[in-house]
Each structure stands twice: as structure tokens, then as C-alpha cells.
Ligand binder design. Structure first.
Ligand code: AMP
Length: 532
């Protein structure tokens, strides 16, 4: 019997379908155009990268890295993987001597196979693997020692934890964001040797295992850009502040121009400075001390964050915490002189560009790498997930990933939310339907219809050519359903005379044209609004 299983898209992922995909294309095309006018070029990094890249760049303590990444071991060793997971599930009992021996045999076999694979380079030759495999060998010996039988529980526990540490292949992650990849590529391709700054943009899917809801998905799309600038000899320090601030402001201006071009509604830009490594640590300590005083009044998440990342407490949306947060010390009062100057200059530069903003001292970002400028942009119609763009400055990230001292500023726009907001505001309509539906009748007309379709399509018109002959009434009905503007009627008369009939579906009017005259007519802007 046929398998009746129905497959569905995985939770948190979805199919983007026509006609909505027209809007997606329009949005991406507009991004390319606008970013191009600001001198940005496109980068297309891979969708998976070493897990370590994200752990290092984003921060191991962040929610994204700690809880939300799709990570897997990339290997070609199914037998070893099976033996490893099989052994992990076994729990030998002290009363079952043959069971212990079988367990030890399996462990011995796996250990020997791992040793061989390690020497052959089939599993990563990392110190961690070396250590874990040696440990498995030692444990296999210990399990054969009758005097250690009483410690069986502890030994099998140690076996499990050593097995956890053995990596059969590189550990890779589906990218949860792209800034780390762009920085990795900047280093890998020696982009510091190009004219600085290097301006790159990207579009594509990102993956985070979040709780799905409106505007929050596990596979979502971002449009982002980064400006990277390796420090030249003698550069850096306070004298760069005006330049850095102008770059920050221009990047923000670019997003606002993009949103303006799309006619995104209710756009609200919020900015903040979160200091740098000179002043932020002191502020974070001060914040931690103040939060500890009110710990009992905070929710579980915030209590945990006092230790892991006190800045994130400022992000809290919990009603009961709002009054407490309002009384906490503000970063703006604790910026060092350079950060304060930089922040003032960013605001002045935004003013020069006519970019309206609101300051929000509680704006911190969920990723660790930001410093000084941070910003977020909200749009209407999105409910609680109303941030469509987040960004900020991240000097030092490239260096942290092993590159030369480099400054960086960038942003990521949540494309799913951008699209939702455009749709909610009625700005989601794209060109749909067809320009011309070719209603052909009679065997002789088919060749002419095929040729006409080719000519019209080459000229850029959207053409529907029915695969088989249809009755006139049915053809017109079909043309209407597809949202066609015109029906080109090709019957035997038209083919014989070379005078084709064009029917305007909106008003039913008809006129005759030769092929050349028809093209001429359709190309006139008033007759072809779908062109553009
Ligand atoms: P982030 O990379 O966390 O700074 O996020 C930048 C933007 O990406 C946010 O402002 C959102 O618009 C969007 N975004 C982040 N996570 C998700 C998600 N799970 N689903 C949809 N959009 C997201």
C-alpha cells in the first residue's frame, strides 16, 4: 500500500510562495540598488561554518550560542558513530559479569577503531580528541581489573563523558547570523590589503532554534551590511572619532534610505552608546552591584543575568521589573571621554543627514561583540516582535577572530518582519498576473501563437500561452482569472491576414495590429503598466 505519510515543513520554517515572493524579490532588489549607491558590494558566505567561529564571535554566554544553534558533527564515519551512541546508552550492572565483559569488549573495540582513525587523520587530530581517546583506553583497562568492579558506576559514567568529548568530525553550525562569517572572510581573503574601508552586504537565511511565533522563525532571512576597516600605521585612537562617527551615521542613513524607498511605515530609530572596553566593564560592575541589591524583586531570567550578562537585564520587558530598571545607573553617565565624544559626534552626523532618532539608554544588543554605537529600528504592524533592524559598532571583532586590528560597524535587517510590516501597511502588492494571454484557435494558429509568445517574452512581457487549444469563451475566462491585461486572439483569419486582434480585458475593447504594430503599442508606457 502506498505510504500515506504527509510531510510538512519543519516547525519554525515555512515556504515562501508566489505572489508573496514577488515582494521578497522587490525588497532584495531595492536593497541591492540602495546599498550599491553607497558603494557596497555583495558577499555570499557559506551557510555553515565551524561552531567555534560563532562561539568566539557572538559569545558563549549569549542565548544565541548557548541555546539556539543548529550544530552537528560533520563526518563520514557511520560505524564509529553507531558504536559510540550504542555504548553511551549501555549501563553495565555489577551483578552481571558477562554483561560487564561484553561492555568492556565493545569499549575496547571502539577504542582501537578510534586510535586507528586518529592516526589516519580520519577523525580530527585535536588535543581534545587525543585526550578523550586515551581516556577511553585507560577506562577499558580499568574495567578489566576485578578490584575496581565496585566502582563500575563511576567508570561507566566516565566512559560516557569521554565519549561525549570524542568528535568524529568538524563541529559545524548553521549560521545564526552573518557578521562572524563576513569577518572570517575578510581575514581569509586578506581584505585588509584592499582599499579601506571594505563595504559588504549580504542577504540570506539564518537559523536559530527560537520559540516560533509571529515574526520569529527558526529559519529566517536577514539583509545586512558591514563596513570593515583595518587600522593602518599611526591610525586609531581619539583622532579617528570624527571619521568613525561619520561612518556610523552613514550606515544608519543607508538603512533609513532603504526603508524610505520601500515606504516602510512607522519607522522608529533608536540609538545608544554602550561604551568600550575602557568604560563598559566598570559600568557593568556598577550595574551588577545595584542589581544584587534588588535581586529578590527580579524574575528568574534577570536574576541569572546578574551573573552572566547584567546589561541584558536592561532589555527586560517584564512589567514588574520596569520600575526597578528605571532607577538603575545609566551607561550615558559612565562613558569615558572618547566614547562620550564619539556618541555626541554620531548624533551630530545623524542631524547633518536629517535622520530622526530617539535615544534609548536601555538599548543593548543580544550579541557580545558590540561597542559604542548600537541601534535598533522598529516598524509598525509587528506586535511584540517589532524590531526590523539591529546593528552597531564592533571594533576588535576581526582581531578576536585572528585578524589584524580592524574596526567594524554593521546591521542586520530581519527580512521576514520587514515583509510582514509592508504587507500590514498595504505596501505588499507587487506586479502580478500576465500582460498578454494568447487565445489561439485552430491547428494552424498554434505555430503563430508560439512565435508571438517568443517575440513578446523577448520584449519582456509576461505571456501565458495555453498548451492546448481552448474554446474562445473558456480562454477569455482563463485570461481573466490569471489577471491578464490583454488577450491576443489568434484564429485562422488573423493568421491568414497577419492582422492580430488584441482585446483589452478591462473594458472589452478590441483593435487589430500587425506584429510590429502590436509590439509598438504594448511598449507604450500607458498600455503596459506592468512593465517598469
Ligand atoms: P540580531 O541578529 O539578533 O541582531 O537580529 C537582527 C534582526 O533580525 C532583528 O531585528 C529581527 O528583525 C531579525 N531576527 C532575529 N531573529 C529572528 C527570528 N528568529 N525570526 C525572524 N527575524 C529575526
Amino acid at each position: 500500500m502506498a505510504n500515506k505519510q504527509k510531510f510538512q515543513a519543519i516547525k519554525g520554517t515555512r515556504d515562501l510562495l508566489p505572489p508573496e515572493t514577488e515582494l521578497w524579490n522587490r525588497v532584495e532588489q531595492t536593497a541591492r540598488e540602495v546599498f550599491g549607491t553607497f558603494g557596497f558590494g555583495e558577499i555570499r558566505p557559506p551557510i555553515f561554518e565551524p561552531t567555534e567561529l560563532f562561539a568566539r564571535a557572538i559569545g558563549a554566554e549569549t542565548d544565541v550560542v548557548a541555546k539556539e544553534m543548529y550544530t552537528f558533527e560533520d563526518h563520514d564515519l557511520p560505524d564509529l558513530a553507531y558504536a559510540r551512541s550504542d555504548l553511551k546508552m549501555r549501563n553495565p550492572s555489577v551483578d552481571n559479569l558477562p554483561g560487564i565483559e561484553a561492555y568492556r569488549d565493545r569499549l575496547g573495540d571502539l577504542y582501537a577503531a578510534l586510535e586507528r582513525a586518529f592516526h589516519a587523520g580520519a577523525v580530527p587530530r585535536t588535543p581534545e580528541n587525543r585526550h578523550a581517546i586515551t581516556r577511553l583506553g585507560d577506562l577499558s583497562v580499568a574495567l578489566g581489573d576485578p578490584s575496581l568492579r565496585s566502582e563500575l558506576q563511576g567508570l561507566s559514567h566516565d566512559v560516557r563523558s569521554a565519549l561525549e568529548q570524542v568528535k568524529l568530525g568538524d563541529v559545524v553550525t548553521l549560521r545564526p547570523e552573518a557578521t562572524a562569517s563576513v569577518c572570517r572572510a575578510y581575514i581569509e581573503h586578506n581584505m585588509h590589503a584592499l582599499t579601506q574601508p571594505v563595504k559588504l552586504y549580504y542577504t540570506g537565511p539564518m537559523f536559530r532554534r527560537e520559540r516560533p511565533q509571529k515574526g520569529r522563525y527558526r529559519q529566517f532571512y536577514q539583509i545586512g551590511a558591514e563596513v570593515l576597516e583595518a587600522l593602518q600605521q599611526g591610525q586609531g585612537g581619539a583622532k579617528d572619532i570624527p571619521k568613525d562617527a561619520a561612518i556610523d551615521a552613514e550606515v544608519i542613513e543607508m538603512v533609513m534610505v532603504f526603508f524610505g524607498r520601500l515606504e516602510l511605515q512607522g519607522v522608529q530609530l533608536e540609538i545608544n552608546s554602550i561604551g568600550d572596553r575602557n568604560c563598559r566593564p566598570q559600568y557593568v560592575e556598577l550595574l551588577r552591584a545595584e542589581l544584587l541589591k534588588v535581586k529578590d524583586k527580579l524574575g528568574a531570567d534577570s536574576q541569572r543575568r546578574i551573573e552572566t550578562n547584567p546589561l541584558r537585564v536592561l532589555d527586560s520587558k517584564l512589567e514588574s521589573e520596569q520600575e526597578i530598571i528605571a532607577g538603575l545607573p545609566r551607561i550615558g553617565d559612565h562613558l569615558c571621554a572618547d566614547c562620550a565624544k564619539h556618541y555626541a559626534e554620531v548624533k551630530r552626523q545623524l542631524g547633518l543627514r536629517g535622520v530622526a532618532y530617539k535615544e534609548n539608554w536601555r538599548l543593548v544588543r543580544g550579541l557580545d561583540y558590540y561597542m559604542r554605537t548600537t541601534f535598533e529600528i522598529a516598524a509598525q504592524g509587528l506586535g511584540s516582535q517589532n524590531a526590523v533592524c539591529g546593528g552597531g559598532r564592533y571594533d576588535g571583532l576581526v582581531e578576536l577572530l585572528g585578524g589584524p586590528p580592524t574596526k567594524g560597524i554593521g546591521f542586520a535587517i530581519g527580512e521576514d518582519r520587514l515583509i510582514l510590516s509592508l504587507q500590514e501597511a498595504g505596501k505588499g502588492g507587487g506586479a502580478q498576473g500576465r500582460d498578454v494571454y494568447i487565445a489561439w484557435m485552430g491547428e494552424k494558429a498554434q505555430a503563430t501563437a508560439i512565435a508571438a509568445a517568443r517575440t513578446l517574452r523577448n520584449a519582456g512581457f509576461r505571456v501565458e500561452l495555453p498548451p492546448v487549444e481552448q474554446k474562445f469563451g473558456k480562454a477569455l475566462g482563463q485570461a481573466d482569472k490569471l489577471g491578464s491585461r490583454y488577450a491576443l486572439i489568434l484564429g485562422e483569419d488573423e493568421v491568414a491576414s497577419g492582422q492580430w486582434t488584441l482585446k483589452t480585458l478591462a473594458d472589452g475593447s478590441q483593435a487589430k495590429y500587425t506584429e510590429a504594430a502590436l509590439l509598438e503599442f504594448l511598449k507604450k508606457p500607458c498600455s503596459s503598466p506592468l512593465q517598469g
